[in-house]
Design a protein around this ligand. Sequence first.
Ligand SMILES: [Mg+2]
Length: 133
Amino acid sequence: MNLGLDIDGTITDDPQFFSKICREVLRGGEVHIVSSRSPEALQETIKELADLGITYTTVHLIARISEAQIICPHAGLDWYQRHQWLKVDYALANGLTHFVDDDPKVLSLFNRFSPSIAAINVNSREILLKYLR
Ligand SMILES: [Mg+2]
């Protein structure tokens, strides 16, 4: 499994659970932490993840909202969707197989633009245990 995880409202919602999941996934796969926190928050985020006991392959903070409007090629999306679409773009470019997020708008972007990646609502996180078995 190559797992993508959002931070706010996802990892922070149940750090103990995700700490365990990350350890399991890293036995044979990758964990990519993907967040829309601003790029300046990187060092602070790395420290916070360490404090929460989260182990991972890499952390990726997506580009700012203003940059996303230029990067995202999907003119039909609103400004918020164009920003969050960067998570989908990252997931596709990095071979992620599963992505967990708390934002239904993010999950629907995954379903629309990368149906091969399992988009999982944080409220259904227990399903990850089944994938790992
Ligand atoms: Mg979130």
